[in-house]
Design a protein around this ligand. Structure first.
Ligand code: SAM
Length: 303
């Protein structure tokens, strides 16, 4: 998954996590880490920390000089990182095992794939797919997220890769592509619980996910090779629940391929785990779609 000199969860507990992203050690809130007890000795290493307060979205305190933005890499993909206003640094490390899966699906397809990445953020999935040889359409509502993803593409030496950068509301884009008769081989979606399109369009996970998935099924009807959905909030943040949601709302996926669900975790040096959401993977064949114990253990031990 991530080489430990690039990313490591050092410790967590009492509602916070301590992570090393390359040269920087970041201390920030993690609601899923509320019950654990922290190892006090480690936390003074933090070079940046983020605190929420009631009046603002929160603020960063920087303990050391930061050559911002700094970088970490995962395989061929280089991420440029910087503290952002909501307490993120531009990378969700728990997605790394999904990037590995995406790259494996693209490489094993035996033909060039057209991949659609919705809610694409800073481009981890886009660049993993493109590095493996796919043509990717990268859709995000935020101009700043698109610009960040493009910076990551340049840092990764992929400025000339076949990536279409689209600033658009995810639902609107998918509807338009269907009207134009376009088809894709694969769809990746990482929807937030709530979001806004560039023209103020409202995205609500609980209200809109089922319809968006149906449209994505139609958009991949003829040559569907894989689908990856991740969720991080509410009931759908759990692997079993997300899998059940897909099974019931998209019977077509149940019939024509292999569907599997899993929880996403960050695993600390000491082997403790912080829950970070869920992933459901649909794949045309069984091979390579397992979240079996051996594969999960291998992923954990690498971290
Ligand atoms: C990647 S998701 C966040 C998932 C994240 N792992 C979490 O914990 O919620 C957030 C991305 O979705 C984008 N987004 C939000 N609403 C959108 C919409 N209606 N259409 C397209 N992109 C949207 C945001 O700009 C952001 O880059």
């Amino acid at each position: 998954v991530f080489a430990s000199d690039q990313y490591e969860l050092l410790d967590f507990g009492e509602g916070r996590k301590l992570e090393r992203f390359g040269a920087q050690i970041v201390d920030r809130p993690a609601p899923a880490a509320t019950d654990a007890v922290r190892r006090r000795d480690m936390w003074s290493q933090a070079t940046i920390s983020f605190d929420r307060d009631e009046r603002t979205q929160g603020k960063w305190s920087v303990a050391a000089e930061i050559d911002a933005p700094w970088t970490v890499h995962h395989d061929a993909v280089v991420f440029t990182l910087k503290p952002s206003p909501l307490g993120q640094v531009g990378l969700f490390a728990e997605q790394a095992e999904n990037w590995d899966w995406i790259a494996a699906r693209v490489r094993s397809a035996g033909r060039p794939l057209k991949v659609l990445n919705l809610f694409a953020y800073t481009g981890g999935s886009t660049l993993a797919a493109a590095a493996a040889g796919a043509e990717v359409t990268h859709v995000d509502a935020a101009r700043s997220a698109i610009a960040w993803a493009r910076r990551n593409a340049i840092a990764s030496g992929m400025e000339d890769a076949p990536i279409h950068w689209i600033q658009e509301d995810a639902m609107k884009f998918v509807r338009r592509e269907l009207k134009r008769g376009r088809q894709y081989d694969a769809v990746i979606l990482d929807p937030p619980s709530f979001g806004r399109g560039p023209k103020g369009e409202t995205w609500k996970l609980t209200e809109h996910l089922s319809e968006l998935l149906s449209l994505c099924c139609a958009l991949t009807e003829h040559t569907r090779c894989f689908v990856l959905l991740t969720c991080h909030s509410g009931e759908l943040a759990f692997g079993e629940a997300l899998l059940e949601f897909l099974r019931t709302s998209q019977p077509e996926l149940r019939r024509h391929g292999s569907l599997s669900g899993q929880d996403l975790w960050l695993v600390s040096r000491a082997g403790g785990r912080v829950h970070c959401g869920a992933a459901v993977r649909w794949c045309k064949c069984d091979v390579g779609n397992s979240h079996n114990a051996g594969e999960r253990e291998a992923a954990r031990s690498i971290r």
